[in-house]
Design a protein around this ligand. Structure first.
Ligand code: NAP
Length: 403
């Protein structure tokens, strides 16, 4: 009989048998989620000698929800996630029409999951387009609620767009070419601070050496530039004992980072794309506004061999939803072919979040070993020499054997 995770004194209180809501998802979702559950259950059993276990609670979203309730995202599903604090989900089809932009976006907005967290690391044996993929070991904290993703935009030629153009011209003397489409880019101190706080807290907890604020503040001074300023301010205000800025290191410490301090630095977004290719070892935690975060997450994932093994989570102050970063790949649905690596590694992030680090480490090591043994799903097999191609379930079983 499972129990709910609760929040006490701003901390997660995790029982030995937590109830964890799971959205199986659409397309390849059910295949990869079943594999994920097998691996997570086996790792918990092994790590805690039967003392702990997970009680999975299936909740509906996407096609399964629509078939049963004629609703893509039932309110009961969102309630269940809030009530149980964490959840893990498979990919969901974006319904065409019906007024829903995307179920993922709706889940993020409804639960105010303001930090999109994407770790990027290399697994030996995976084919990568760079010479030293093993040098990348990053975690990206992407702001999830603001920036040009706020959805405030008007199509070229509409009365709304014309009205905004006219307002800007008349009231603020800003000239915009008539007939332009208009999008708004809000970036707030509130949104920046809570995101950067999460990134620095993570760096402290995980003993990471630095947090880099990635922005394009030289051009977008009052949005991305302010993101940088507010980011440094957050470090100074909330973490004065544990952080030091690059400027302070140069001016006060003769260029040497004081022992035990986390370096806070900033880089322009364009330069950041060069840095992750040319000097990846100098970067560890990256905090960035929404659009930059979207681009850099996928670019870094490509550097270590693609999205197939890229996990992710969307996190608010406490509530967190862990998910595969790929979509529903409908042509492989129910064929026992898809790579479950992404969602299994999202499960590792879930364990880290619960403080079940030993179970997560077992999985990471076993997954790495399985890939080194060249036992992989079709997507990796077609790129590797002499690999053995297995199905989704068999890949999970191979990982379990290696636990
Ligand atoms: P996709 O589902 O990610 O699939 C694109 C291609 O990526 C697949 O055809 C396959 O490539 C490869 N792929 C993705 N996941 C894989 C896995 N686990 N194992 C092996 N290969 C994998 O992207 P899409 O076709 O653009 O989107 C399909 C649907 O998913 C859309 O409705 C979209 O809205 C939705 N979507 C949902 C999410 C989410 O829920 N988080 C995210 C993205 C997209 P090959 O054919 O080359 O093998």
């Amino acid at each position: 009989m499972g129990n709910k995770i609760t929040i006490q004194n701003d901390q997660l209180n995790v029982p030995n048998q937590p109830i964890i809501p799971v959205i199986m998802g659409d397309g390849i979702g059910p295949d990869v989620m079943r594999a994920m559950r097998l691996v997570l259950d086996a790792a918990v059993a092994q790590a805690f000698g039967g003392q702990k276990s997970i009680e999975w609670l299936e909740v509906l979203a996407g096609e399964a929800a629509f078939a049963r309730h004629q609703e893509w995202l039932p309110a009961a599903t969102l309630e269940a996630i809030k009530e149980h604090v964490v959840a893990i989900k498979g990919p969901l089809t974006t319904p065409i029409g019906g007024g829903i932009r995307s179920l993922n976006v709706t889940i993020r907005q409804e639960l105010d999951l303001y930090a999109c967290v994407r770790p990027v690391r290399y697994f030996e044996g995976v084919v990568s387009p760079v010479k030293r993929p093993q040098d990348i070991d990053l975690i990206i904290f992407r702001e999830n609620t603001e920036d040009v993703y706020s959805g405030i935009e008007w199509k070229s030629g509409t009365p709304e767009a014309d009205k905004v153009i006219e307002f800007l011209r008349q009231e603020l003397g800003a000239n915009i070419r008539p007939g332009s489409g208009i999008g708004i880019k809000p970036v707030s101190a509130f949104g920046t601070q809570r995101l950067v706080k999460k990134a620095i807290e993570y760096a402290i907890r995980q003993h990471k050496p630095s947090v880099t604020l990635m922005h394009k503040g030289n051009i977008m001074k009052y949005t991305e530039g302010s993101f940088k300023e507010w980011g440094y301010q957050t470090a100074r205000e909330y973490f004065p004992e544990t952080t030091v800025s690059e400027q302070e290191v140069a001016e006060k410490y003769g260029g040497k980072i004081p022992d035990g301090k986390i370096l806070i630095k900033d880089r322009l977004a364009d330069s950041m794309f060069q840095q992750v290719l040319l000097r990846p070892t100098e970067y560890s935690v990256i905090a960035t506004p929404n659009l930059n975060g979207d681009y850099i997450s996928d670019a870094c994932a490509a550097q270590v061999g693609g999205l197939g093994l890229a996990p992710g989570a969307n996190i608010s102050d406490h509530v967190a939803v862990f998910e595969a970063t790929h979509g529903t790949a409908p042509k492989y649905a129910n064929k026992n072919m898809a790579n479950p690596g992404s969602v299994i590694l999202s499960g590792v992030m879930l364990f880290d979040y619960l403080g079940w680090r030993s179970a997560g480490q077992l999985i990471t090591d076993a997954l790495a070993k399985t890939i080194q043994q060249k036992i992989v799903t079709y997507d990796l097999e077609r790129q590797m020499n002499g690999a053995t191609k297995v199905g989704t379930r068999e890949f999970a079983e191979a990982i379990i054997k290696n636990l």
